[in-house]
Design a protein around this ligand. Structure first.
Ligand SMILES: [Zn+2]
Length: 395
């Protein structure tokens, strides 16, 4: 299917270094972006969407989601939450390990099997059109280099430290190193205790363990001491993920420190949901607006933190609006009835965005109104369509 979006008011690239693309049209074919800019081959497209002046941005990548199997969360006993996140503009999520699987295994054979099964079960399953990167092995004592090799052969590329039966967090270091040897992206739970009897995982542990990403550096939900944040910023290159379901004050502290260090590419936005904090389909939008309205971050950069920054840290092919990238595109605008007239000024004002359309893998998943956000000021519509689909316009 060939799809075009025309009449775009502003194209946000998701690239922190060049956050705006000039032009008004995006053309997609076979799941990839063909062009983004002025003109483009709109004639000959099966579907043309009139953005009516709305802003286009890459689909949001939530890099901390507690998936299990299927579109179900045992923690909040809810079916269909991932499909609901698509209505918040989230087109991809990354598993924070399948730690919420009831009775989840704790032995090496069990955590290995769990990661492989989760990975393979989401390769072809896209809830609401979303891509789920699942199978994040929970590091436990006793895993061997051969275990990591076997998991890698079966496609597992995510490893998570923080829930294992280790006596201190320092003991994760050789396991994280083994996972990295097998080309896995490694994450460490940061902040309040997840290991019984331990005081928590703080900067000194992270500097020893050396993961790729500090998971919820602002606390999940309890933050480490303030004096540990400058150490992580200045003594490491670890990506720093801030989560909606965490400590807001330290989210703002992370933004301030990384701004001063001129390293905002290290700031990743995620939600850390579903958890005890609930299910948050609009969580990514809230954290973007918190950073834009309270931390003085330019709103177009908060888009990059929720898209391109996550894509870079996790080596994904979506998250940027550029030729050759996966065609995950979201049309957004200020919400109807508010004080602002466009997406960027809405974020700066502390508002969330209205989502007017979501495309994943080049396929429109809905066009018109998100069932979770308020209505957009400008009305996205299908201008031309030769394929028999409704795109959920009934919402
Ligand atoms: Zn979490």
């Amino acid at each position: 299917m060939k799809v075009a979006v025309a009449n775009i008011g502003r194209i946000l690239s998701g690239n922190l270094a060049a956050p705006v693309v000039s032009g008004d049209t995006i053309v997609m074919s076979d799941g990839k972006i063909v062009s983004a800019g002025s003109g483009g081959d709109v004639a000959g497209c099966d579907v043309v969407i009139d953005a009516a002046g709305c802003t286009a941005m890459p689909g949001l990548i939530d890099s901390h989601v507690h998936i299990t199997f299927g579109d179900y969360t045992p923690r909040q006993k809810t079916v269909g939450f991932l499909e609901s996140y698509v209505h918040g503009g989230v087109t991809a999520c990354i598993s924070a390990s399948e730690v919420h699987v009831p009775g989840r295994p704790r032995d090496p054979a069990g955590v290995k099997a769990l990661a492989i099964a989760a990975h393979k079960s989401f390769v072809n399953y896209r809830p609401g059109g979303m891509r789920v990167h699942a199978g994040s092995v929970i590091l436990e004592p006793g895993l061997t280099d051969d275990d990591f090799a076997e998991m890698a052969r079966h496609g597992v590329w995510l490893a998570k430290a923080g829930f294992g039966a280790f006596s201190t967090p320092y003991e994760y270091a050789p396991y994280v190193a083994m996972a990295r040897q097998h080309n896995m992206v490694t994450m460490v739970h940061t902040g309040g205790s997840s290991i019984p009897g331990s005081a928590g995982i703080w900067a000194d542990h992270l500097l020893t363990i050396k993961p790729d990403v500090s998971y919820h550096v602002n606390g999940g939900p309890i933050a480490m001491p303030d004096e540990d944040f400058p150490r992580l910023v200045n003594e490491s290159a670890i990506a720093m993920q801030v989560c909606t379901a965490g400590n807001l004050r330290t989210t703002l502290l992370v933004a301030k420190l990384l701004t001063e260090a001129k390293q905002l590419e290290r700031l990743l936005i995620a939600t850390d949901t579903p958890t005890g904090s609930g299910i948050m389909p609009l969580g990514m939008l809230y954290t973007m607006s918190h950073l834009a309205s309270l931390a003085g971050v330019a709103p177009e950069l908060t888009v990059a933190m929720a898209t391109g920054n996550n894509a870079n840290a996790y080596r994904l092919n979506n998250g940027l609006i550029a030729a050759g990238r996966d065609a995950d595109i979201v049309l957004v605008d200020a919400c109807l009835g508010g004080s602002q007239d466009d997406a960027l000024s809405a974020l700066k004002n502390g508002d969330i965005l209205g989502v007017g359309a979501v495309m994943t893998a080049g396929v429109p998943r809905f066009v018109g109104r998100s069932r979770n956000t308020p209505e957009t000021v400008r009305k996205v519509r299908v201008a031309h369509c030769t394929v028999p689909q409704s795109f959920g316009t009934e919402h």
